[in-house]
Design a protein around this ligand. Structure first.
Ligand SMILES: Cc1cc2nc3c(=O)[nH]c(=O)nc-3n(C[C@H](O)[C@H](O)[C@H](O)COP(=O)(O)O)c2cc1C
Length: 184
């Protein structure tokens, strides 16, 4: 069973990344194959909005998104993780989500019926961000957010989340439970 984490923070070793690592480490211990995708490391352009995706077998934009969507849509479990930027997800995560429109318009549902959301904020709006992610991926996956696992909390400076062992344990727990639900 493969668990793929999509991370919207541009900081390679940032707080979101640290929480995702904790979740993935735990899932790997439980027998999952895991992969972490830091969106900032890939070529990813914004959706051009011609709204004619269905006409094309492949997205007209020549970047890394088709490859990322293939990994994302075929995973058995998926983690979506983002810091809060201006009261919502980062631009990287939003760009990723908009480009999911290609899957939507082709009727491709996510294989994953097991989703985890991880959100880190400096001090607020994590609730708004979680809500936005729930709405986006409910459309994409056709599965029910009621069954999803969510972890959110506060950390500001680079790596500050390490001073919050409770939050790190919550992320571990998310990884463990996702592995169980995926049948590991
Ligand atoms: C451009 C920018 C906008 C931000 N906006 C918010 C915000 O609206 N609310 C908040 O609580 N924190 C905000 N933050 C703080 C980040 O959410 C916080 O530093 C978080 O830990 C960053 O996660 P990372 O280390 O994974 O990148 C912002 C940070 C940046 C750089």
């Amino acid at each position: 069973m493969k668990l793929v984490a999509i991370v919207g923070s541009p900081r390679q070793n940032g707080n979101t990344s640290i929480l995702v690592d904790a979740a993935l480490e735990e899932a790997a211990t439980c027998g999952c194959e895991v992969e972490k995708i830091m969106l900032g490391q890939y070529r990813m352009e914004g959706c051009r909005g011609h709204d004619n995706c269905r006409t094309y077998e492949k997205c007209k934009i020549d970047d890394d998104m088709p490859m990322l969507l293939e990994k994302f849509s075929n995973a058995d479990g998926t983690i979506i993780a983002t810091p809060v930027y201006y009261f919502n997800m980062t631009a990287q995560m939003k760009t990723f989500i908009d480009r999911n429109y290609f899957l939507y318009t082709h009727g491709i549902k996510l294989k994953s019926k097991c989703m985890g959301l991880i959100v880190v904020a400096g001090g607020g709006a994590d609730d708004i961000t979680i809500k936005a992610l729930r709405r986006c991926f409910r459309i994409q996956g056709g599965n029910t957010p009621e069954n999803w696992l969510e972890v959110s909390g506060y950390a500001g400076g680079l790596g500050d989340v390490k001073n919050n062992p409770q939050l790190i344990e919550q992320a571990r727990d998310l990884g463990r439970k996702m592995a169980e639900r995926m049948g590991n």
